[in-house]
Design a protein around this ligand. Sequence first.
Ligand code: AHM
Ligand code: MG
Length: 322
Amino acid sequence: MIDLARQLSVDETPNTLAELIMKLADVSGEIAAKVRLGALSGVLGSAGEQNVQGETQKKLDVIANDMLKEALLSLPQVRAIASEEEDNVVAANHGGAYIVAFDPLDGSSNIDINGQIGTIFTVYPARDEVACDSSDQFAQPGRSQVCAGYMLYGPSTQMALTTGGATRLYTLVPDKGVYQLTETELRIPADCQEFAINMANQRHWAPATQAYISGLQEGSAGHRGKDFNMRWNGAMVGDVHRVLMRGGIFLYPANTQSKVHKGKLRLLYEANPMALLVEKAGGKAVAGAENILDILPDQLHQRVPVILGAENEVGIFQSLSR
Ligand code: AHM
Ligand code: MG
């Protein structure tokens, strides 16, 4: 078996980027150990605070954020970081070549029910013409990402990663804290018969989204001429992981509720890294008419609709959005 460090070297990942990825991997091993112990490690429950987006933080949101933040700020190659749990960009080291954004604990509502949760991360080149602590550091389209990935804390801890080439899958050996390569190249079939969406929001969707989902529900009796199944984890990491492993389409579309009229998920540290992983696995990721990776962000915590997965299926949704 090939471990993460060896594979990064085989992939000719620049040393400074490989070190950064190894640091993220090490911290995720420590987070996974806390998650595995659950109530025994005192990490469950609410932290009693709200983040900049008005969401109540769980203890594990704060713990994971602090662990990742401390580890990344210590690296000379990191110029700045952004996190779902930080109001503003945090400056790190002036000479750093990279900026890093992350959702320390995705799927927070699954923490206390022993459900799937994860960490999502992305790395961009630092911008020399911009101050370290400026949000403009991150005003780059998703196509500029040099690396994107997530760790899924499930029955086993796994990391999906692309450094610009294939989307690879690694599995953590818990006792050793080492990730081993377990899938060299994930591929998403172009067609599918499985979708993931929070159906409770149905009445708030745009007419085109309502029509598209109705077509899936009608199945072989409708114009699509085939049956679809539905799965929903409530954690993007879990739902996107399933799409990467066995295909399907995942949707968190725009809806008319005030907070989420542009979608619920955040462009920088949720939509963009997942979109890159999906595209590198042969899939497609759109926000409606446009590809997620082409969007130029105008705010650090900007939200976007996210529709990703099987190329042809996402294409059908996209054609209805035009
Ligand atoms: P989080 O980062 O605070 O956990 O929020 C993001 C999560 C996604 O993982 C998931 O797809 C979505 O929120 C589910 O939200 P909801 O249950 O409100 O539909
Ligand atoms: Mg999240």
